[in-house]
Design a protein around this ligand. Structure first.
Ligand SMILES: [Zn+2]
Ligand SMILES: [Zn+2]
Ligand SMILES: [Zn+2]
Length: 334
């Protein structure tokens, strides 16, 4: 899927927020959609999101933002029975006798013994903890020897029988409502858009792997990194690592950016990375392009000095970066 570059840069901006990245990482790693749940207060919540975003209003705003930038999509919805006053989704449900209003309805199921065709209330088939047919007296061992043939409710107060008793809901905030005044609240389940999953898998899994690699090679690395350039401008990078470097002297800094696209990564990724590296002047600037870099991207880079690493799916990127670091660590031939 191709996304417009305007939409793409909007996404990049949204994805630079640490909370957004963390929440999306949790959803992707657990391959779990963001689904509504009934919270301790009886209201519907997106608990996974609230754990990262803080509270319900922040989560609602975040979901709106994610939908607008095409990162989340609605997958399905459910209608929840909620109280018309407090919107609580955890009412106590009882069955009421339509005649005497007692809430002492006993459920009776009619079952048929398939062997002899006898039909009676399920309680009649019970004998001393075993199931025995009251007609043919044969013991019943398996559920498939019987068939359900209807359910009714009997009031234990006035003995009225009905198949459709009145349903009464009691809100935990202390009032009752019924099927005619209940409220149905629609709540959506959200999933991370597939193209974003691919992009984030690399950013959220590849970036930490690069930090680990750099750490093992004696660098102090962070991801995502926020760095101040010589101009005073702050730049955000997927990975930034420092090593040695006396003040004023040549540094061993490494800046890494990961660009993922459905097709070859465009020149704009090189240009935006160059704007950062020009200001930060790391010793090594690596742009990892997945699945590849376009010809235009390579061409524009000839004067920029960025090392472009191409990798089909990101799985070999760490190995390639390691080789580059080992090469750059060697003294230059003079
Ligand atoms: Zn209520
Ligand atoms: Zn009754
Ligand atoms: Zn029988």
């Amino acid at each position: 899927m191709q996304v417009s570059s305007e939409n793409k840069s909007g996404r990049q901006k949204v994805l630079s927020d640490p909370n957004t990245r963390e929440l999306l990482r949790r959803l992707i790693v657990n391959s779990m959609p963001l689904a509504p749940e009934v919270g301790p207060d009886g209201l519907l919540h997106y608990l996974t999101a609230e754990a990262v975003m803080g509270d319900s209003p922040a989560t609602e705003a975040w979901i709106e933002e994610m939908l607008a930038s095409g990162i989340l999509k609605k997958t399905s919805y459910k209608d929840y029975v909620t109280c018309p006053i407090h919107f609580r989704a955890d009412p106590l449900i009882q069955l009421e006798c339509t005649k005497c209003k007692a809430r002492k309805m006993r459920k009776t199921a009619l079952v048929e013994h398939l062997y002899c065709g006898y039909i009676d209330a399920d309680s009649k088939f019970e004998k001393g903890g075993f199931l025995v047919c009251p007609n043919c007296k044969r013991p019943i061992h398996r559920a498939d020897e019987m068939r359900s043939s209807g359910v009714w409710y009997e009031c234990q107060n006035c003995l009225t029988k009905t198949s459709i008793p009145k349903v009464v809901f009691t809100c935990r905030d202390g009032h009752e409502f019924n099927t005619s005044d209940l409220r149905l609240t629609q709540a959506y389940t959200y999933a991370v858009e597939e193209s974003v999953v691919a992009q984030l898998k690399n950013a959220l899994i590849l970036a930490p792997a690069l930090v680990e690699l750099l750490g093992s090679m004696g660098y102090a690395a962070s991801s995502p990194a926020t760095m101040q350039g010589r101009s005073g401008t702050t730049h955000s990078l997927d990975v930034y690592a420092t090593k040695g470097g006396e003040p004023g002297g040549e540094t061993g800094d490494v800046a890494i950016q990961i660009a993922v696209d459905a097709a070859a990564v465009e020149a704009s990724a090189v240009i935006s990375f160059f704007a950062k590296t020009y200001d930060l002047k790391p010793k090594l600037a690596i742009l990892i392009t997945i699945p590849s870099a376009s010809e235009a991207a390579k061409q524009i880079n000839t004067g920029y000095g960025i090392t472009i690493v191409e990798d089909a799916d990101g799985s070999q990127a760490v190995k390639k970066v390691r080789a580059l670091l080992e090469l750059s660590g060697k003294p230059k031939p003079e």
